[in-house]
Ligand binder design. Sequence first.
Ligand code: ADP
Ligand code: TRP
Length: 325
Amino acid sequence: MPRILTGITPSGTLHIGNYFGAMRPAIELQAGGDAYYFIADYHSMTAITDAKERLAFTRGIALDWLACGLDPAKAVFWRQSDIHEVCELTWLLGTLTPMGLLERAHSYKDKVAKGISPNFGLFAYPVLMAADILLFDTNVVPVGRDQKQHLEMTRDMAIKFNQTYGEGTLVVPEERIAEAVSAIPGLDGQKMSKSYGNTIEIFGDEKALRKKIMGIVMDSRTPQEPKPDADRNLAIQLLRLFAPKDVAIDFENRLRAGGLGYGDLKKALFEHCWNFFAPYRAKRAELAANPDYVEQVLRAGALRARAVAEKTMARARRACGLRLI
Ligand code: ADP
Ligand code: TRP
């Protein structure tokens, strides 16, 4: 059975891009495999430095995943910083990772281009991510397209480690990109991302969500005008995610033919989006009512994750001559 692993960084509130690009595919996979999911709180340190905020995001994201269907009886679910071995493996991998490889990382280059002053942690981010994956003998990593390069780097690091210190020491993983949902567009039509301020939150407040959706900017064509480009309309693209297929097709056809106003289309989008997440909202409120629940789940998950991590680390230390046995 292939081992599946993915991580989510607690550096903001989750949006529907995260849901369709990362959470839903991961949750669907928990039934069929050996699923390992963690909250990447060490990774969040490259983005936020407020301790209280980190704790709150970590708890919030754990609740989000559990509410959306992550089942701790099926999947191993833990907090990255509970498994210190990940830092040790980062060092081992880092000593074999060429500077040039890290300098070519898109996420690093993008952040530097945006004026973020880079530190060692930001530069080493792909090495920590590789350690996350390799520590747990991962076979498959389901992620969005933006993480593809990190996965390629992980494979390079695993191959180099094995060539240097012994074939078979680390498992070389494969990537699995959620093709159908490679980039969920945001409210402005660009890729949805918390760094662009164009998100639709999964668990946002009703009034705020309505305001955001009704505020989507459309063109100035009148409702009556036919719109041959209806398939590229942002509200239609988003509606396809939430509404049954025939409903989304019907709206698209009405928009194409003319006669459907943008206001009515956006209202429908809001309703479908709000109703889509209703059962998850109820579940989240129920879980949040027990303040200890998340901590208990994450600690139990860390115990299971550590059992794997210790074995991989022992193998890696032995292979590179840090230990005799
Ligand atoms: P953000 O861009 O908001 O900072 P993250 O980088 O934290 O999002 O992404 C977390 C996960 O969600 C990743 O696996 C990423 O590929 C996925 N993801 C984020 N935004 C989108 C999107 N717009 N469409 C599809 N997947 C996305
Ligand atoms: N870098 C990923 C993101 O920003 C999160 C992450 C950290 C991750 N470690 C991982 C994803 C390991 C998959 C596997 O979305």
